[in-house]
Ligand binder design. Sequence first.
Ligand SMILES: Nc1nc2c(ncn2[C@@H]2O[C@H](COP(=O)(O)OP(=O)(O)O)[C@@H](O)[C@H]2O)c(=O)[nH]1
Ligand SMILES: [Mg+2]
Length: 286
Amino acid sequence: MNDFKTNINWYPGHMTRAMRKMKEDVKLVDLVIELVDSRVPLSSENPDIESLTRGKKRLLIMNKADLADPDVSEKWAGYYAEKKVDVILADSRNSSGKKEIAAAINKSMAEKKARDLSRGILNRPLRILVAGIPNVGKSTLINTLAKKAVAKTGDKPGVTKGNQWIKISKGVELLDTPGVLWPKFEDPNVGVRLALIGSINDNVIPLGDLACNGLLFLREKYSGCLNKTYGISEEGSPYELLIALAKARNLLKTGALPDEERAAKLFLTDLRAGRLGRISLETPNL
Ligand SMILES: Nc1nc2c(ncn2[C@@H]2O[C@H](COP(=O)(O)OP(=O)(O)O)[C@@H](O)[C@H]2O)c(=O)[nH]1
Ligand SMILES: [Mg+2]
C-alpha cells in the first residue's frame, strides 16, 4: 500500500477543538475507554489520545471484531497481553464483549469506592471518557451499555458533535466524544488503512486510488476473495481489477465505458460492511 501519495486534509479544525475539550474533560474522569477498530488495531489507536490520557486508568476495546479476521484478532490479543495492556474484543452493536466491559467497569467502580471512602467521600459517580478516532463505534457502544439509544450513531465520521454525559447505570456516567484523528501520519499506510475502514471523510480522498490500494491488498493477503465476491479474474494491475469490477457489476458511464468511480465506491462500501468476508488490514509484528 505504498502508492497513495496525496496531501489530504483529514484533520479539520473541529478536531483541534475536540482535543482541547477532551483535555479538560479528562481531568474529570476515573477511567478512559479507548476504542480501536479490530481490523487495524495499531493504526486506529490515536497517539494524541494516549498522551492526553496518560496517568489515567485505561481500557482498550478492539471493536468491530465481527468484521475482522478472527485468526489475526487472536494474534492481536497475544500482542496486547505481552504488553500488559487490558484489551477486550467487542462487537458493540451486539452483546459480544459487553460482559467483559461491564466487569472492567465494575472493577474500576469498586476501586474508586474504596479510594473515595478512605478520603471520606460518598456517592460520587464513576466517570468514564469514551474516546477514539471517527467511526469506530463509540456512540454505538454507549447505547449498548445504556440499553437504549441515547447517543447518536452513523456509518460515517463526524456524527457525534458535542460532548454528552450519559448515565448508564446507578453511579456510572459515560462521556461520548467526537472522533479525533491526529495531524500527521508518520507512516502513510496508516492513512490508507484508516481511509479503507471509513474513518477519514471520503470527500477528501481520491477514492479510485484508495480502492486500488484495497484491491491490491486483498489480492495479496486474501487470494480468491475478489474472484468469489465479484466473479472477476485476479490477474492484472489494480486499476484493471477496478475496471473488471465495474464491468462485472455493469457500472457504466457515458459511451458504455466502465465507471471506475462508482466501482471504487461499491468496493469500499462492500469492504467496510464486511461483504468481502472477515478481513484484517493489519497484522502484529510478533
Ligand atoms: N459491524 C459492526 N459495526 C459497528 C460496530 N460498532 C459500530 N458499528 C457501526 O459503525 C458505524 C459507526 O458507529 P458510531 O457508534 O456512530 O461510531 P463513532 O463515530 O465512533 O461514535 C455505525 O454504522 C454502527 O452501526 C461493531 O462492533 N460491528
Ligand atoms: Mg459518535
